[in-house]
Design a protein around this ligand. Structure first.
Ligand code: AMP
Ligand code: MG
Length: 351
C-alpha cells in the first residue's frame, strides 16, 4: 500500500483505460486497499466487499456512521448471486433494461457477505456501473466492490478527482483520475422487494423510465426514506456554507424572490454566491448585487445542470462566500434528482 500519507493519483483515460494502471488499482483492492474510482454517476470509494477490515476502513475514512449501508458494485448481473441470496424475475427484467447504468437495486443479502457492508440489514444494495474505468476495475479485480460516494460523510459528492483528493486524499491509497463523471448525481435507488416497488432515491434513471418496465412505482415519503434507507438523512450533500433555495418556478419568479431575499440579508453585507440557470444569471442586475455567480446551464438542459451541480457548489464554497442562493427545478425526469440533492443540501427554509 501507499507508504506516504497521500493517495497515489493515477491519471487514466475515461474511454480506454490503460490495463496496466487498472491492474495496479485492482491489486491494491485485492490487498485490502481503498481505491477511489470514477463511475458514471459520481466518484466512488471502493474496497473489497468481502474484506470486512477494508469495509470498516471505508466507514472510518469517510466518517460515515456504521448504520449507513454501502452499495456493492458488480461487473455484471451474472454475479448477483455472489452477494444476494435470490434474484427475482423483476430484478432480472430491470437489470436487463438498465444495467450497466445508474440504477441501484435492493436484493436479499447473501449471508457470506460481511454484515458491515449492509449495516446489519437483511438486504444488499447492488449496482452494475457503465463507466469504462469502473467496469475495467471490476473485471480485473474479479471481486464485488463496496463503494459509497468518495466524499466526507454528508459533504457534497465528488464529481472530479480533485474533490476526492480534497476530502479523502490523506487517508486512502489510490485515486483513479478520469476527469468529470457523466451524470453528476448518484444512482437511483429502487426497492423491488416491495409491491409496488419503492423509489428510495431519485437519480439518473427516472421514475417514468422505471415504470415503463416495472409498472407503477411508489415514491417513498421523506420520513419513510430515513427508516427504509438509513443513509437518507434530510440534511446531506451539504456545502460548508449555508444554502438557501429561493422560491419560484419561472425565471421571473425566481429573480423576484432572489431580490427579496437579498434585500433582507444585505444589511450584514454578506458575500453572496448564486447557483442558478442561465435564464436567471443573465438577467441579474450585477451593479446592484455583487454576486459570485455559477451558471448551471440552461433550464431546459437538466443533464448539464446535474453534471455541474456538485462541482459548482464546491467552487462557491472555495470562493469563501457567506451564503449560497439557489432555486428548484421542474420535477420531471432528472429534475426530481436535482431537487432532492438541493433540498437536502439546504438548511431550514429562509422564510
Ligand atoms: P452512497 O453510496 O453514498 O450514494 O450511499 C448509498 C445509499 O444507499 C445509502 O446511504 C442508503 O441510503 C442506500 N442503501 C444502501 N444499502 C441499502 C439497503 N440495504 N437498504 C436500503 N438502502 C440502502
Ligand atoms: Mg454518499
Amino acid at each position: 500500500m501507499n507508504p506516504s500519507n497521500n493517495a497515489t493519483v493515477l491519471s487514466i483515460d475515461a474511454r480506454a483505460p490503460d490495463p496496466e494502471l487498472i491492474e495496479r488499482a485492482a491489486e491494491c483492492l485485492i490487498r485490502g486497499g481503498l481505491v477511489a474510482f470514477p463511475t458514471e454517476t459520481v466518484y466512488g470509494l471502493g474496497g473489497n466487499a468481502f474484506d470486512a477490515a477494508a469495509v470498516r476502513r471505508i466507514f472510518k475514512v469517510k466518517q460515515r456512521p456504521p448504520s449507513d449501508p454501502l452499495i456493492v458494485h458488480l461487473a455484471s448481473a451474472d454475479e448477483l448471486l455472489q452477494v444476494a441470496s435470490d434474484v427475482s424475475p423483476l430484478v432480472k427484467v430491470l437489470a436487463e433494461r438498465f444495467w450497466p447504468g445508474p440504477l441501484t437495486l435492493l436484493l436479499p443479502r447473501r449471508s457470506s457477505l460481511p454484515l458491515e457492508v449492509c449495516a446489519g440489514l437483511s438486504t444488499v444494495a447492488v449496482r452494475v456501473p457503465s463507466h469504462p474505468v469502473a467496469q475495467a476495475l471490476l473485471q480485473a479485480s474479479g471481486i464485488p466492490i463496496a463503494a459509497p460516494s468518495a466524499n466526507r460523510f454528508a459533504h457534497t459528492s465528488a464529481t472530479l478527482a480533485a474533490h476526492v483528493a480534497a476530502d479523502l486524499g490523506d487517508r486512502i491509497d489510490m485515486i483513479l483520475d478520469a476527469g468529470p463523471t457523466y451524470w453528476g448525481v448518484e444512482s437511483t435507488i429502487l426497492d423491488p422487494l416491495q409491491t409496488p416497488p419503492v423509489l428510495l432515491r431519485p437519480g439518473g434513471i427516472s421514475r417514468e423510465e422505471l415504470e415503463s418496465v416495472a409498472g407503477p412505482v411508489r415514491v417513498a415519503s421523506p420520513g419513510e426514506r430515513i427508516t427504509a434507507s438509513p443513509g437518507r438523512q434530510p440534511r446531506h450533500y451539504a456545502p460548508n456554507v449555508r444554502l438557501v433555495l429561493c422560491p419560484g418556478e419561472t425565471p421571473e419568479e425566481i429573480l423576484a424572490s432572489i431580490h427579496e431575499i437579498v434585500n433582507k440579508i444585505s444589511a450584514n453585507d454578506p458575500r453572496i454566491g448564486l447557483l442558478a440557470v442561465t435564464e436567471v444569471c443573465s438577467r441579474l442586475d450585477r451593479k446592484i448585487i455583487p454576486f459570485v455567480i455559477r451558471d448551471l446551464g440552461s433550464m431546459g438542459d437538466l443533464r448539464q445542470i446535474a453534471r455541474n451541480l456538485f462541482a459548482d457548489l464546491r467552487e462557491l464554497e472555495a470562493e469563501g462566500v457567506d451564503i449560497i442562493l439557489a432555486h428548484r427545478f421542474p420535477t420531471e425526469g432528472l429534475g426530481a434528482a436535482i431537487n432532492d440533492r438541493l433540498n437536502r443540501a439546504a438548511q431550514e427554509p429562509f422564510f
